[in-house]
Design a protein around this ligand. Structure first.
Ligand code: GLN
Length: 351
């Protein structure tokens, strides 16, 4: 029963608690109260690594010649939590091209610069149900751009970044990715050259967007900057930190720098849920229930809001262009740790 005395005691405790919080540095105050337990995460990551390390199903992307030659056996996992702990296994220092996972962070930068409503109006957030580079989707979708995570919408999002030259736009994007990762990132020149020589399809998408008045800089220039952003090198640790920045309300948990606007995070995660694994996004939401983004380089980044992020790298892909091994690892770890956002168990409700 609540008596006046217990209420008073509770009130006093609240005051003590509040004043303790008030004396903490700003970054510590914003640390997540639901960051996961170390032992459980370690065990889940270790088991997933052992379980899938010999699984070689899928096939490297080959429409970008460089990617066809990446060692298919490479395999790395990194988890970074919102309270800055990390668990890594396998080829964690190998730098691979971020590819489409970059789209998430260019979207975040565009929202920071232009405001989320303007980005929503200029790009949209509807799934296409088609391949990531579909021309038909550009014709069919009412907005033409569809969403920021398919190629057409991503090229348009890149074109939205304010700059007076392509180089300025590229440098802003690269610096923003670096802030999210907590360290300087750089271009893998060979990937860029390989992709720039073979990206006629993306140039066609940009030209089509111009017809519909849905691209916001010179189309070929936008494709070039987009191709550079896809060629940024990351290892799984850097990628997981970029994800942990999203999970931590936009604040990098390592450097404590506010990189992404907190108010934009739910909208960015909604885009990842709608289209992060392209035409595999529905199956992913059904089975795993976490916002995620894949890249044809073999990386997948999944976000667990308030808790952390999981990045996995393994080059062989399925038909939709998503790393097979990365999907299996994330599904296993997320299942073990009750991370499915659609499940009441993810917030501790047991039955
Ligand atoms: N750079 C790649 C492309 O434009 C990115 C695609 C992807 O990772 N899904 O095709």
């Amino acid at each position: 029963m609540l008596t006046e005395r217990t209420l008073t005691a509770a009130f006093r405790m609240a005051i003590v608690f509040t004043s303790t919080i008030a004396t903490l540095p700003v970054w510590a105050q914003s640390r997540s109260p639901v960051a996961p337990r170390e032992q459980q995460v370690k065990a889940a990551v270790h088991d997933a690594y052992e379980m899938y390390k010999h699984d070689m199903s899928g096939k490297n992307a080959d429409y970008i010649p460089y990617l066809a030659h990446v060692d298919s056996k490479l395999f790395g996992i990194a988890v970074v939590t919102t309270d800055d702990r990390s668990y890594t296994l396998g080829d964690t220092d190998y730098s691979f091209s971020i590819q489409s996972i970059s789209k998430v962070f260019t979207l975040a930068l565009a929202m920071k610069e232009q405001g989320s409503e303007k980005v929503f109006e200029k790009i949209g957030n509807e799934p296409t149900g088609r391949a990531f580079n579909s021309v038909v989707a550009v014709v069919d979708m009412p907005t033409h751009t569809a969403n920021a995570l398919v190629n057409a919408g991503a090229i348009a999002t890149t074109s939205l970044i304010s700059a007076s030259s392509a180089d300025e736009r590229w440098n802003k994007i690269l610096a923003f990715y670096g802030a999210a990762a907590g360290e300087k990132l750089s271009l893998i020149d060979e990937v860029y050259k390989s992709e720039a020589a073979t990206n006629q399809g993306n140039r066609a998408l940009a030209a089509l967007l111009l017809k519909y008045d849905r691209i916001y800089s010179d189309p070929l220039e936008a494709v070039d900057v987009y191709t550079r952003q896809c060629s940024v090198g990351v290892n799984v640790k850097q990628l997981a930190r970029m994800g942990a920045t999203l999970a931590n309300n936009g604040v990098n948990p390592v450097t404590h720098e506010p990189v992404i606007q907190a108010g934009d995070v739910p909208e960015i995660l909604s885009a990842m849920t709608m289209a992060g694994l392209y035409d595999g996004s529905g199956g992913w939401a059904w089975h795993v229930g976490l916002p995620a983004k894949s890249g044809v380089g073999g990386g997948i980044l999944a976000i667990v809001p308030g808790k952390g992020a999981i990045a996995v790298f393994a080059p062989p892909l399925d038909e939709a262009g998503n790393s097979v091994k990365a999907q299996k690892v994330i599904a296993y770890v997320a299942g073990k740790l009750d991370y499915n956002l659609f499940s009441p168990r993810s917030v501790g409700l047991q039955r």
